[in-house]
Design a protein around this ligand. Sequence first.
Ligand code: ASP
Length: 438
Amino acid sequence: MSIKIAKFGGSSLADATQIRKVKAIVLSDPDRRYIIPSAPGKRSEKDQKITDLLYLCHEHVRQGVAFGELFAIIAERYREIVQDLGLSLDMQPHLEEVRENIADGATADYTASRGEYLNGIILADMLGYDFVDAAEIIHFDQRGRFDQKQTHEAIRDRLKKHERAVIPGFYGSRPDGRVKTFSRGGSDITGAIIARGVSADIYENWTDVDGLLMADPRIIAEAKHIEKLTYRELRELAYMGATVLHDEAIFPVRQAGIPVNIRNTNSPERPGTIIVQDAAPITHKGIITGIAGRKDFTAISIEKALMNGQVGFARRLLEAVEKNDINFEHMPSGIDTISVIIADSELEGKLESVLEDIEHDVKPDSVEVDPDLALIATVGRGMAQTPGMAARLFRALADANVNIRMIDQGSSELNIIVGVNAADFELALRSIYDEFVE
Ligand code: ASP
């Protein structure tokens, strides 16, 4: 029998109607043996996520403000789900225990994790699956770093005894037993870790979209669906803004070569997007996989005569950036010029200080600051070793009268990144899409 891990996001578990869809999906395939739920998400645009409400409860207690009314909203949500599903499960003792612990000053991590915990209890009851508390199998070390070795041993030992189980996402425990959560959206990571731990055949990530699109549909309304891409391509697209899976969820499954299938709980008949090994054969030469981009970058450009003959110039420049605790994105260079591209969020409040350090440490002939830069990545394994791809891209931008301010091609030839004026962002994206996608 093969093993499928199915992780369901908050919108797939927001209410009884959604949870019934989840039940139908799980029970339609006996291979779906380990189920990872998120906490109930929003039922509508204006609704609240349970996780957000729980964080708020913790904040109330921290500030010495009564949280009873807030908790009552959370409790009611779970009670309503159980009732609407027609389950005979009594949530009261579980809710009471959580409420008491929060009142006693439980940590933010413990408090937030109860969203998944309580949802897991309901789901296990409804599916007739065992409930396995993630705190018993997902381990962190004393300093709060994920402990891969201990976790894998625990998953293997424990899940051997459970042919089918629901394991709440988002959290695990430290050596002293205290709950620790991953970063927000971290149930994706739990799913990937469990998939790796049981050597699953596939990791299904059920959400409310059909998978990844070739471009942001807010800019390219008719953007095509991506059927298949590699982990590396996903990393490139995700880094540039295409979000569908938590960043850190890729690594556990990638190491083990387990494919990830992004699926839509609201349209389970659709195949979704499948993410496969980096070494998967390229079937479409000269074809791109997707385009993604982000605005709000600044270029700091430095000119210095005979720069390229000076040993350590780039190092000194990057040290000046690092000193200010700034993370940079790219560093294109010419003979006597070099630029550092930095996201505006990183630079906030630090521009003056980093410029001073550059003046002092690098002694440039001139420094120029160019804000309002947008970066666009055109990604695709099919582009590698295909002559003419860059020429087509640049011609498309030239024909649209878009000025290219920066070019960067990764050594894997998996992507070409161009920097354009933020005002040209949408036009540039459209031009590239039209050039490469029929
Ligand atoms: N419930 C958590 C959050 O809202 C984790 C998750 O949904 O993946 O961030």
